[in-house]
Write a protein that binds this ligand. Structure first.
Ligand code: 5GP
Ligand code: ZN
Length: 104
């Protein structure tokens, strides 16, 4: 979507520290990390938030969790947090679905 920061990163129109990529998602370092390892798992498809996802997004959304699992393994994390912020009241600032992977 035009003007969407995370669409631009996913389409390589804007730089980011990308650590991995699948057909459906990119994984990159959060610019303002809150933990030692703080990655964002971002689908290439623009969907504003989890509350805007449809039933046909089920597999893609599951893929985000597995991409996070793989990234955590590569980082050597034994434990970590996975978090979706949903909507302004849920702390979401960027209106393109993203899964936070956080670990120390
Ligand atoms: P939210 O609060 O929407 O769930 O999280 C947005 C996250 O995106 C924040 O943790 C913030 O640090 C990160 N972020 C915002 N702008 C950029 C950017 O341009 N590049 C990267 N890599 N991360 C960003
Ligand atoms: Zn977008």
């Amino acid at each position: 979507m035009d003007g969407c920061l995370f669409c631009e990163i996913a389409l390589k129109k804007r730089p980011a520290e990308v650590v991995s990529e699948t057909d459906e998602a990119v994984v990159f370092k959060d610019a303002n990390p809150k933990t030692r390892v703080h990655l964002l798992i971002v689908p290439k498809k623009h969907i504003a938030s989890v509350s805007d996802a449809g039933d046909d997004d089920r597999a893609m959304l599951g893929g985000l969790i597995l991409a996070a699992r793989d990234a955590a393994r590569r980082e050597g994390l034994a434990g970590y947090k996975l978090m979706f912020n949903v909507g302004r009241d849920g702390g979401q600032v960027i209106d393109h679905i993203h899964l936070h992977l956080m670990g120390n």
